[in-house]
Design a protein around this ligand. Structure first.
Ligand SMILES: [Fe+2]
Length: 206
């Protein structure tokens, strides 16, 4: 089997965010790097199971188990990259009314406030996971989804537009587990709306 791609962790300069401490971020970067490492390790192990272009029958349970874990590790890597990339220092709270995202939210939800209520509502859901706003590339419409862990609930082919980590480690040193709402407020104070706009396709979503 040809060697698979080796992923390298990206680095982010996000110190000085509002309401999300540098200490939390440093811990979070380390967790993210762990997903990159585990993704590479899994690919390596799977590759090693191939002998002369095939997997031996007695290795097939190992192969299957490793393959099942790819969704968790890959999404753990990729979703953290979307998350860090949609944060920035000195951000404004809500997007500009003239921005692509603001207009898209209005086209898909009636108005931006309704979109936000839905997205925040998902972020407050009990459980370990993510709130993600996706764009359907076929229609341009955006919709909000709950993702359990990293992999259950992602919509194939939809483009992540705004990604919010709501695992407790995302606010570990800043808020108590029961204070997720405060973390969500802090997240909104640091959204890099220009980066979010760039993720949207050209369709207006009507
Ligand atoms: Fe995370």
């Amino acid at each position: 089997m040809p060697k698979t791609a080796v992923y390298r962790p990206k680095s982010y300069s996000l110190s000085g965010l509002r309401g999300i401490s540098d200490k939390t971020l440093e811990t979070h970067f380390k967790l993210y790097e762990g997903y990159v490492k585990q993704t590479n390790a899994l690919n390596e192990k799977i590759s090693d199971l191939f002998q002369r272009g095939r997997v031996d029958q007695d290795k097939f349970p190992d192969y299957s188990e490793l393959k099942r874990r790819l969704g968790f590790e890959y999404n753990g890597m990729v979703l953290h990259e979307y998350y860090f990339e949609n944060l920035k220092r000195d951000a404004g709270d809500d997007p500009k009314k003239s921005s692509a995202f603001y207009r898209r939210a209005a086209a898909s939800f009636g108005d931006y406030e309704t979109w936000k209520t839905d997205f925040v509502g998902i972020g407050k859901m009990r459980g370990v996971g993510w709130a993600i706003c996706y764009e359907d590339p076929a229609s341009g419409r955006i919709s909000n989804h709950w993702i359990t862990l990293h992999e259950t609930g992602n919509i194939a082919g939809f483009r992540p537009v705004l990604v919010m980590d709501v695992w407790e480690h995302a606010f570990l040193f800043d808020y108590k587990p029961a204070e997720r709402e405060k973390y969500i407020e802090a997240f909104f104070a640091n959204i890099h709306w220009d980066a979010v706009d760039k993720r949207l396709g050209r369709s207006e979503g009507r």
